[in-house]
Design a protein around this ligand. Sequence first.
Ligand code: 2M8
Ligand code: MG
Ligand code: MG
Length: 267
Amino acid sequence: LVIMTDLDGTLLDHDTYSYAPAIPVMERLKKAGIPLMLNTSKTAAELMSLRNELENSDPYVVENGSALYLPADFLAENSAQNSGDHVHILGAVRSEILTLIQKIRVEEKFLFTGFADMEVAEVIEYTGLSESAARRAMTREFSEPLIWQDSAHQLRKFEALIANHGLRLLRGGRFVHVIGACDKGKCLQWFRNWFASADQRVPRFVALGDSQNDVAMLKTADIAVIVRSSHHEPPDLEQQSAVIITDETGPQGWATALTQILDDEQI
Ligand code: 2M8
Ligand code: MG
Ligand code: MG
């Protein structure tokens, strides 16, 4: 078994960013040797800080599937590879994203505010992050989060225009994210293939998420857990066999669902 999880609104509380209710389950995973792979909209800088705090050395994915990381420790334990960290980029370069969206904003008079337009104080205001955490969220490499201030019709037009340049939109808990031709699900599948190519038994993946940007990951997983949000409706997975929707929100729902799964698996 491998656990792959979203952060905001899933392992972390939407408002306080606390993961306290999930600590006992994270310890149980560690004891059982089950990897906990973080797969998030957050940046590599944000993940470095959080993974240190959690003492997590498992593979992870940043900026909505834009880049995935296989840390040297994990590679040494799980494969014959012994040559440092491995990074695989599936997404687009942020400077190219910014050039394009700023150009079409002028041409089409779209109304939006992206992280590149914001001072740290504004990011703090929109997210409730601390100053240092907001700065880490602003060090983006592969994506641009936007506050969309125009109509839904204009958003669809924006989406069609950026699609001509190989870019797409995904909706997180607070922002609309402009990214390359990637998503969290492609990364889950990449890891599955990696286990096979490393001559490992391919594990079953449990994925947990709360928003539209998690749908591809949830659909690709063997067991999908939709963590209920206090802020929006659960995303629609259409037909998927093994899907659980939690009663509780955020890390409490995360912990209850995983406890049930681990109990069922007799882990
Ligand atoms: C952004 O991501 C969340 C994920 O759901 C969102 O769209 O609401 C990103 O900018 C991320 O880097 C940041 O940490 C987070 C803070 O709420 O917002
Ligand atoms: Mg989320
Ligand atoms: Mg997220």
